[in-house]
Design a protein around this ligand. Structure first.
Ligand code: IPM
Ligand code: SF4
Length: 472
């Protein structure tokens, strides 16, 4: 019987069994950011310990950076203290840091792949739940808590329980106007926000085979929204083509050897899975959320659920609570709901391909009166590429604010926040209550092109109708 990638990578990195039965897993790459690392470094110091393998740790700053005025000191003294603390820690422990002045700063899950730090067959952790993004490269990548960040800094290992693996096949061809984000939202709607608990998701099938790395990252990114601790795609030629020539990937003879080794991690054709789910690509529509959990999704042509049509009392109260918060009328079409803010960015959809795709359609359109639209590249490299290609100009001509790289309004740990009960069409990954900075702010998740359609019409709209979306 063959093994799947998760089993292979796990077996190779398991270095011990702890008294409580958990596995001590060796961590190939540790990514850190300013939010979850300061206390970990503090604990390390308190224990008189040092960083075991500083060259396996990489830092960037993303959550708290303002995306307009980045002059220090930042207006928010807490944010300023956090970036100062990160700088102090990386300096003291000799850790590579992509600072604001590096030209390579950005959201940690965008920086790792861009630099070629994210590689197949490795174990990657970060004190951040969206670490699953890196699984797109065929790595076991998962988020950890601050005390585990301390453990990894001190020992380069973490205590873990082995997950089951669910293979999710998406077969066929996506319809025009249907994007990786829709695939992610569709999977989560189908399996539930808790459906993946205890699982690693292995994504495959013809849709993933033909996806770019950036599309694979979008889906892997949202594994956690489906309850899965990690998600991955097996490495293939697309993976190697993306990684070739990046700063941290092997060069020359080392490159060929690396490719051969990476390929060996891909799941065997006779690998077994604890569960298999098959999805027909043709069933996936442009999807948007209507509620306060990422599995509250409907296709753009559907209506907001009606609690009176719920299948049981539990579902009824879930719908009632969500609609009360979202201030949306039950049973009416989601299309046409008024939008106040449009946000394109985040580690889900803040990559170069996202901005290129939107720019291709946005030209000649204008953001609707009364809508605040912001475009936030996920990294400085993304921003520079967009600026070279004139993409920033297309966005600003349309009436978007073009910002500097960071997490921005995805989580609003920076000045980019919703005000009051503003409703935001957002390309990010979470629509929890208060997620975007206002305790009563409302988030509707969708693909970047759908956000652009919402921006130009001032309503939740079908991008295929707003723009002429053709077969890609
Ligand atoms: C701040 C950080 C710990 C958090 C996470 O773990 O994901 C954030 O990135 C988020 O998206 O909610
Ligand atoms: S962009 Fe959003 S989801 Fe991604 S790391 Fe930042 S806050 Fe978390």
């Amino acid at each position: 019987m063959g093994k799947n990638l998760y089993q292979k990578v796990w077996d190779e990195h398991a270095v011990g069994t702890l008294a409580d039965g958990r596995t001590q897993l060796f961590i190939g790459t540790h990514l850190i950011h300013e939010v979850t690392s300061p206390q970990a470094f503090g604990m390390l110091r308190d224990l008189g310990l040092s960083v075991k393998y500083p060259h396996r740790t990489f830092a960037t700053v993303d959550h708290i950076v303002p995306t307009d005025n980045q002059q220090q000191p930042f207006a928010d003294p807490l944010a300023d203290a956090m970036i100062t603390e990160l700088r102090k820690n990386v300096q003291e422990f000799g850790i590579k840091y992509f600072d604001l002045s590096s030209g390579m700063q950005g959201i940690v899950h965008i920086v790792g792949p861009e630099q070629g730090i994210t590689q197949p067959g490795s174990t990657i952790v970060c004190g951040d739940s969206h670490t699953a993004t890196h699984g797109a490269f065929g790595a076991i990548a998962f988020g950890i808590g601050t005390s585990q960040v301390r453990d990894v800094l001190a020992t380069q290992t973490v205590a873990m329980e082995k997950l089951n693996v669910r293979r999710i096949n998406v077969e066929g061809k996506l319809r025009p106007g249907v994007y990786a984000k829709d695939v992610a939202l569709h999977i989560i709607r189908l399996l539930g926000a808790n459906g993946g608990i205890g699982y690693a998701y292995e994504y495959g099938g013809s849709v993933f085979d033909s996806f770019t790395m950036e599309e694979r990252m979008t889906v892997c990114n949202m594994s956690i929204e489906g309850g899965a601790r990690c998600g991955y795609v097996n490495p293939d030629q697309t993976t190697y083509d993306y990684l070739e020539g990046r700063p941290y990937t092997p060069k020359g003879e080392g490159w060929d050897a690396a490719k051969e080794r990476w390929a060996s991690y891909a799941s065997d054709s006779d690998a077994e899975y604890e569960d298999v789910v098959n999805i027909d690509a043709a069933d996936i529509a442009p999807t948007v959320t209507w509620g306060i959990s990422p599995d509250h999704g409907v296709s753009i042509s559907e209506s907001i659920p009606d609690p009176d049509q719920a299948k049981d009392e539990v579902e009824k109260s879930v719908i009632e609570e969500a609609l009360e918060y979202m201030k949306l009328p039950a049973g009416t079409p989601i299309k046409g709901v008024d939008v106040d803010v449009a946000f394109i960015g985040s580690c889900t959809n803040g990559r170069i391909s996202d901005f290129r795709e939107v720019a291709a359609y946005l030209k000649g359109h204008k953001v609707a009166d009364g809508v605040k639209a912001i475009a936030v590249p996920g990294s400085q490299i993304t921003a520079t590429l967009c600026e070279k290609e004139g993409i920033d100009q297309i966005f600003t001509d349309a009436g978007f604010e073009w910002r500097a790289a960071g997490c921005s309004m995805c989580l609003a740990m920076n000045p980019d926040k919703l005000i009051g009960d503003q409703l935001c069409a957002s390309s990010s990954n979470r629509n929890f209550k208060g997620r975007q900075g206002s305790p009563i702010g409302r988030t509707v998740l969708m693909s970047p092109l759908m956000v652009a359609a919402a921006a130009v019409t001032g309503k939740i709209a079908d991008a295929r109708e707003v723009f002429t979306v053709s077969e890609s």
